[in-house]
Design a protein around this ligand. Structure first.
Ligand SMILES: *Cc1c(COP(=O)(O)O)cnc(C)c1O
Length: 393
């Protein structure tokens, strides 16, 4: 059943393998226990119970109440919902200013652009050169018409962990709604929504070894967010549609295990990461680490000066290694990453950045194999480019 092939997967920030325990927990809800949880007959009772159990696990994991967890189709939907709902609430009071950061995921940035088209004013804060958004800069950006502050919990490209608690306290002091995109952080670090003053938080199952296509939005009780998908009375009447029972069950199981094993996994990942990173920085010249010391335990983002990420990634792929550019891949061409340019990297350095994100299932042998291949590949690309330059091209 479990085929690992000859592949070295170093792209856990993009998605993760759905763990077997989650798959096993999900299976009966496809084939045997398929009753619609909203139905009244006995056959619907078990799916309904399973959803309630998953909701409780997820709520407990962030210090929330089950009634504050709303299932969605994933992180992107949660982000879209949080921002458009907060904007609508603000608009009713004549407040049309939103504060966010230049290093958010596109689910946030593109929703902000959409809101700008609708007359909202968006302040995009620049982080420092390590990718850290200062709470002072957030406070300084607040205006009388600010209706929302949205700052991610940890960055998906460079792994920088943001001072969410400090920002939450500032938002609370000023009576402004605070949303955090915790999609990359959730299940990898502990976040207590009450302690951090978070009003809304996005999470997604497939970043913590759960299934793709399911996530949640935490909405603090008392935040009067309108429904996002109109229809039936599911999700406390705020997000209609027959529940994705298998997905929700798989999310619950994956989260339960991720939090039980969080310290152990973080330790394993940190060791693997530091081993690979150590080899890259010492054995490959002209290499710079992007991001901060205070970063997710699985994240490496490095610029190989004088090489380009596109060629590196293609050659890594030929060696069976999955990694990612520090760049968004748009229609086949690699645009320099908005995150790397926001932390002050030149366009050239941003185009030479590679993201390697490890998982607890990786091994030290895999790290060594990846380091060996990277060393060869980067040297080869630099030689090729050097030859191009000296031949006057
Ligand atoms: C992956 C990711 C998303 C999108 O989540 P999906 O479940 O894939 O829609 C949003 N924000 C961040 C920070 C992410 O890492």
């Amino acid at each position: 059943m479990e085929q690992r092939h000859n592949r070295i997967y170093l792209d856990h920030a993009a998605t993760t393998r759905t763990r077997q325990e989650a798959v096993s927990a999900m299976l009966p809800y496809f084939t045997e226990l398929y009753g619609n949880p909203s139905s009244v007959y006995e056959f619907a009772a078990e799916p309904k119970r399973a959803i309630a159990a998953a909701r409780k696990i997820l709520a407990d994991s962030i210090g929330a109440a089950p009634s504050e967890i709303y299932f969605t189709s994933g992180g992107s939907e949660s982000d879209n919902w949080a921002l458009t709902a907060a904007a609508e609430l603000g608009e009713k009071e004549g407040k049309k200013h939103i504060i966010t950061t230049a290093i958010e995921h596109h689910a946030i940035l593109n929703t902000c652009s959409y809101l700008e088209e609708r007359g909202f004013d968006v302040t995009c804060l620049r982080p420092d050169e390590q990718g850290c958004v200062s709470p002072e800069s957030v406070e300084a950006a607040i205006r009388p018409d600010t209706c929302l502050i949205s700052v991610m919990a940890a960055n998906n490209e460079i792994g920088t962990i943001e001072p969410v608690r400090e920002i939450g306290m500032i938002a609370r002091k000023h009576g402004i709604l605070f949303h955090t995109d915790a999609v990359q952080a959730y299940g990898h670090m502990r976040i207590d929504v009450k302690e951090c003053g978070i009003d809304m938080m996005s999470a997604s199952a497939h970043k913590l070894n759960g299934p793709r296509g399911v996530g949640f939005l935490y909405i603090r009780r008392g935040v009067r967010v309108r429904s996002y998908i109109r229809g039936g009375a599911q999700e406390h009447g705020r997000r209609a549609g027959t529940e994705n029972t298998p997905g929700i069950v798989g999310f619950g199981k994956a989260a339960e295990l991720a939090f039980a094993e969080l310290d152990e996994h973080a330790e394993t990942e940190r060791k693997l990461r530091d081993h690979l990173l150590g080899r890259i920085l010492t054995e490959i010249p002209d290499t710079v680490l992007n991001g901060a010391e205070s970063r997710l335990s699985n994240n490496i983002n490095v610029t190989f000066r004088g090489a380009d990420a596109e060629s590196i990634l293609i050659m890594l792929d030929m060696q069976g290694i999955c990694a990612s550019g520090g760049s968004a891949c748009a229609s086949g061409s690699l645009d320099p990453s908005h995150v790397l340019t926001a932390i002050g990297r030149s366009e050239e350095d941003a185009r030479a950045a590679v993201r390697l994100t490890v998982g607890y299932e990786n091994t030290e042998e895999e790290m060594d194999y990846a380091a060996d291949r990277l060393k060869e590949i980067v040297a080869r690309i630099r030689r090729m480019r050097g030859a191009e330059h000296s031949s006057g091209r």
